[in-house]
Design a protein. Structure first.
Length: 191
């Protein structure tokens, strides 16, 4: 009997695996023989996809900031760049900076305890500029996006200082789930 599409010679057609329809690059249909090795790869792929689907469901079920609504109690600090900031506004930014720095450092320390700390300190120096930007920006009418992963701990800490997210979530959750991921994802207060 001739070889079927380069798979090999089949001497007993009853033992041959059922052919699977497939498309060629030109779009024509032909029959392809599945080998036991291909079948094992497919089972392995299906197993991996099922395991990933379970992990995805678990991550989503544990997410605090992904859902139909998110509620935050935000510090009502808005600074108008057209005029000078008041002493109270400047004191508020300094206080928020101290709180955000404490959150960021605690988060990085918690990562160090589990051996996951690497080059994340760069976001610490950006806390003050991020806080000032948030105080000036109109977050209600404009969505902002940060496209630089190395700032993420500083930005999450700034969001926590303002009250958009919980400091505890930043400390315990940074780079451990989808809410406070290593790269900034959607959160109340902007991304």
């Amino acid at each position: 009997m001739p070889a079927l599409f380069g798979v090999g010679t089949i001497t007993d057609p009853a033992r041959a695996p059922a052919p699977t329809p497939c498309l060629t690059p030109g779009g024509l249909r032909r029959e392809k023989q599945e080998s036991p090795k291909d079948e094992a790869k497919m089972i392995s792929l299906q197993s991996a996809l099922s395991a990933q689907a379970r992990r995805n469901r678990k991550l989503l079920s544990e997410a605090s900031y992904l859902g139909p609504s998110v509620s935050s109690k935000v510090v009502p600090l808005r600074i108008d760049v057209k005029g000078p900031a008041s002493a109270d506004q400047l004191d508020a930014v300094v206080g928020l900076g101290a709180e955000a720095a404490s959150t960021a450092i605690s988060s990085l320390a918690s990562l160090a305890k589990i051996g996951e700390l690497d080059h994340l300190g760069g976001g610490l120096e950006l806390i003050d500029p991020l806080l000032l930007s948030m105080a000036v920006a109109d977050g209600e009418s404009v969505d902002y996006t940060i496209e630089h992963a190395h700032t993420s701990i500083g930005y999450y800490a700034a969001l926590a200082a303002f009250g958009y997210v919980k400091s505890k979530d930043v400390v315990e959750g940074f780079r451990r789930g989808i809410d406070i991921a290593g790269h900034v994802s959607w959160l109340p207060g902007g991304t």
